[in-house]
Design a protein around this ligand. Structure first.
Ligand code: SF4
Length: 64
């Protein structure tokens, strides 16, 4: 799995951080998403897919 988060689309809602806190974080200054682990282990894949699904800006894309 490889994750891409589009910082241009992100509106800083933080849903991804709640869904997968080991993979996503937010910049301190403006809340824009930061990917902590772009190739997460299998145990986190479900949480990452959940984060991508609930992102209100559709900013997270996942490829296998
Ligand atoms: S859920 Fe989407 S809009 Fe919200 S911080 Fe994460 S990437 Fe940005």
């Amino acid at each position: 799995m490889r994750i891409h988060a589009d910082q241009e689309k992100c509106c800083g809602a933080g849903s991804c951080v709640l869904a997968a806190p080991d993979v996503f974080d937010q910049r301190d200054e403006d809340g824009i998403v930061v990917v902590l682990d772009a190739e997460p282990p299998a145990a986190l894949h479900d949480a990452v897919r959940e984060a991508a699904a609930i992102c209100p800006a559709a900013a997270i894309s996942v490829t296998d």
